[in-house]
Design a protein around this ligand. Structure first.
Ligand code: FAD
Length: 379
């Protein structure tokens, strides 16, 4: 009997994991990959669509194209997970696994910030980002805020990138002189593990007249008065509010007992990504391993778990411990991309190195995306 691996979630983590297993075992393994969506969309594509740099259809990568030996994709919603029995109940039936990998990502909870859904826009969901593509061109000016609403959020550079891309967008449309741009973040600097990257971003903000409001969250919006209320009680007026909603553990994962509550990411062994339940792993944004919530870390953790599964099936040597390393591309606007390489788990504290923004890194980022699509979807 081939080993049965069930992978919940076909994002960065789930796609990478199933690709490695298919490459390694072909038809000699039975992998079921489950996702409720019909297509994969890169996080950074949301910014491309919202700022009119890409068409919505161009950034959707349909899962029907996942045709890998040994892998069956099932589009359905996960309703319950029993990590002891390694059994998953979905709208399309029940799936039993020898090895269960939870890669369901982080859910977004705009309703957790009073006033956000009525009085502002969020751009972290596909629907929110795509809607902004129509709405942003109607913004004629006034105070614009890019505001983070919860401490733990995907892609720490994304709010800074959004402020810089908004600057370009408004400049191109002649609306920048009539507008101000502020970024509200819960950190003291834009990218705390990399002082060089933070310094470069802050310098660029200063050059482009973007205000960085540090160590604050947006706790609520008052749509009637058009003000954002920060954690220290200060109020900021806005005409345009682009929010990063509170992130939370998917409820189905909390209900399974894998996470204790909605803001307690699944505890895992930092070196192996194994949960406390034998044969059950948690990779990517859903876990609390201590790396940022970003695709590159989801991919890195997927590689470790894939290697552990290969070693287990082939009775080989287990992989080296997970190091929490990843490279993130950072949009600086003006058609330039920088790069930060971060290492979270190798040393006593996280470290990061920075590459200055350049056109060469624009090409490298495009290659990064294309190479993943080629690898995961065989195109
Ligand atoms: C604006 C923005 C920009 C970003 N830019 C970058 C970047 O430049 N680089 C980078 O590395 N990262 C970036 N990210 C972050 C990146 O998108 C995520 O960190 C990454 O996708 C996490 O991968 P994952 O596999 O853990 O989860 P996800 O990719 O979120 O995948 C989880 C999957 O689980 C599915 N799912 C959830 N619940 C259920 C259920 N109950 N039943 C069935 N399916 C379910 C979802 O449909 C989803 O497909 C960005 C994010 C945003 C929002």
């Amino acid at each position: 009997m081939p080993v049965r691996v069930v992978v919940l979630g076909a994002g960065f983590g789930g796609l990478e994991l199933t690709t490695v297993l298919s490459e390694e075992f072909g038809k000699d393994i039975q992998v079921v990959l489950i996702d409720k969506s019909d297509a994969f969309i890169f996080g950074f594509s949301k910014l491309d669509v919202m700022f009119g740099r890409q068409l919505p259809d161009a950034v959707r990568h349909p899962y029907r194209d996942v045709l890998k030996p040994g892998v069956r994709f099932v589009q359905t919603t996960v309703r319950s997970i029993d990590p002891v029995a390694r059994r998953t109940v979905t709208d399309a039936g029940t799936f039993d696994a020898d090895i269960l990998v939870v890669a369901l990502g982080a859910d977004l909870d705009p309703a957790a910030t009073p006033g956000l859904t009525e009085g502002g826009q969020e751009f972290y969901t596909v629907a929110g980002a795509f809607a902004l593509r129509e709405l942003l061109p109607t913004f004629e000016g006034g105070p614009a805020i890019v505001g983070v609403c919860g401490k733990s959020f995907k892609c720490p550079p994304a709010p800074s990138e959004t402020a810089l891309l908004l600057h370009d967008f408004l400049t191109d449309r002649g609306r920048r002189p009539a507008s101000s741009i502020s970024l509200v973040m819960p950190f003291g600097t834009p990218i705390p593990p990399s002082p060089d990257t933070s310094q470069a971003i802050l310098k660029t903000f200063a050059e482009r007249g973007i205000t960085f409001v540090k160590d604050q969250l947006v706790k609520s919006l008052d749509p009637a008065r058009k003000v954002a209320v920060l954690s220290d009680g200060a109020e900021m007026p806005y005409s345009l509010f682009l929010g990063i909603p509170v992130h939370r553990v998917p409820q189905v994962v909390v209900d399974s007992g894998l996470a204790a509550h909605p803001h307690d990411w699944v505890p895992v062994n930092k070196q192996t990504l194994a949960t406390e339940f034998p044969g059950v792993y948690a990779i990517g944004d859903v876990n609390g391993v201590g790396t940022p919530k970003a695709g590159v870390f989801a991919e890195g953790s997927a590689k470790i778990v894939a290697a552990a599964i290969v070693a287990q099936i082939k009775s080989g040597t287990p992989p080296e411990p997970y190091k929490g390393q990843g490279s993130c591309y950072v949009e600086f606007g003006h058609n330039q991309v920088g790069r930060v390489d971060v290492d979270f788990l190798s040393g006593p504290k996280p470290t990061g190195t920075f590459q200055e923004p350049s056109a060469a890194l624009v090409a490298e980022k495009a290659h990064f995306g294309r190479s993943r699509i080629a690898r995961w979807f065989g195109r």
